[in-house]
Design a protein around this ligand. Structure first.
Ligand code: AKG
Ligand code: FE2
Length: 357
């Protein structure tokens, strides 16, 4: 009788996580009880239909809400965002099918431009491990003939539509935030196009190392800020996204009709800290798998991220330099430092230290 070989779609998260647990830190931050008292909240909810309103006052108030939420929270939700519920449901269905592919195929068949990632290859401790898998696709690859969709040809059309709608939404919001700071050109942010922006499809498998009764366990995605201008995110109804607000974690209640917008590091630097790029993370769920997808508004690696006005709090840097510094920090100290590395004061202190020495 022929042997039936069950093809497994799950990445080997269990073995990797167990190996890291043996290494060290049962008491590290991701495993402590800090989730116990996390409150569930609704992010500020902004109805974008007012932007098109013939009443100028309505659209001014809507812009004001966006500016307020980007400054206070760095995170908000938008309604009437221009992406139909039908399209959101379609992408979810395709996403589920895609992640059901055998793991070997996801890793090595070149599917979706070889964009599959899982866990965290550079993690040296359990607290640095993300219990998730993702496809991370630059926009220009979506329609590229060479991008292999395997049996998922319908996904290409859906991703194209999604990318177009997300790009236009991101541009509208970036425009409003830039104009609020007195920036009158419509060329912000510069050097962002389909070669530099990308879509990420995320899946968070159920996690046996999640203990909701004590609040401890693995992270679906470890705490981070986004290294971009801004991100537009869609999460399903499972929940698990947490955001840092006033030095506390709060849990974001899912809203089926809304998309989440968050400010990234580059917008914080450009705005001289007016808009906030805040820490966020995803808590792993013991029983239910979770799906999300996100659009990242990024410039080319060569482009300079200056501030909109002087004096700037940050020294000017290229996006490539920023990325390199992040990767270097993750390798050397196990975590992203991000913007503080580029503070003017930081650079000056560094120079003084060298002179003192
Ligand atoms: O899945 C989520 O809710 C968050 C995803 C996220 O933060 C990211 O991809 O940067
Ligand atoms: Fe993020």
């Amino acid at each position: 009788m022929q042997e039936v070989r069950r093809e497994i779609s799950e990445p080997p998260l269990v073995t990797s996580y167990q190996a890291l647990l043996q290494n060290n830190d049962l008491h590290s931050s991701s495993l402590k009880n800090e989730n116990l008292s996390v409150q569930e909240i609704d992010l500020p909810l902004i109805d974008l239909c007012n932007l098109q309103s013939e009443n100028r006052e309505n659209s001014r108030l809507c812009a004001k809400e966006i500016v307020g939420a980007a400054s206070d929270w760095g995170f908000f939700q938008v309604l009437n965002h221009g992406i139909s519920l039908e399209l959101l449901e379609k992408i979810k269905r395709e996403q589920v099918k895609l992640f059901r592919l055998p793991f070997e195929k996801k890793v090595s068949s070149g599917v979706l431009n070889d964009s599959y990632r899982w866990g965290n290859p550079t993690a040296t401790s359990a607290s640095q491990f993300s219990w998730s898998e993702a496809f991370h696709v630059p926009l220009e690859k979506i329609s590229d003939e060479d991008c292999n969709y395997g049996e998922f040809s319908s996904l290409r059309e859906i991703m194209k539509k999604l990318a177009m709608a997300m790009s236009s939404l991101a541009q509208t919001i970036a425009d409003i935030l830039a104009q609020n700071l007195g920036y009158t050109c419509h060329d912000f942010p510069q050097n962002c196009d389909e070669r530099t922006c990308f879509l990420r499809l995320n899946r968070y498998p159920p996690c046996p190392f999640s203990w909701p009764e004590t609040g401890g366990g693995a992270s679906g995605l470890i705490s981070h800020t986004d290294s971009d201008y801004l991100t537009i995110l869609h999460q399903d109804q499972v929940g698990g996204l947490q955001v840092m607000k006033d030095s506390r974690w709060v849990s974001v209640r899912p809203n089926r009709n809304a998309l989440i917008v968050n400010i990234g590091d580059l917008f914080q630097a450009w705005s001289n800290d007016v808009y906030k790029s805040v820490e966020h993370r995803v808590i792993a769920n013991a029983k239910r798998e979770r799906f999300s997808f996100a659009y990242f508004l990024c410039p080319s690696y060569q482009s300079t991220v200056g501030a909109y006005a002087q004096p700037s709090r940050y020294r000017s840097f290229t996006f490539g330099e920023f990325r390199e510094q992040v990767q270097d920090d993750v390798k050397r100290i196990g975590r992203k430092v991000g913007l503080p590395r580029f503070l003017m004061d930081h650079a000056e202190q560094h120079i003084h230290k060298q002179i003192d020495f």
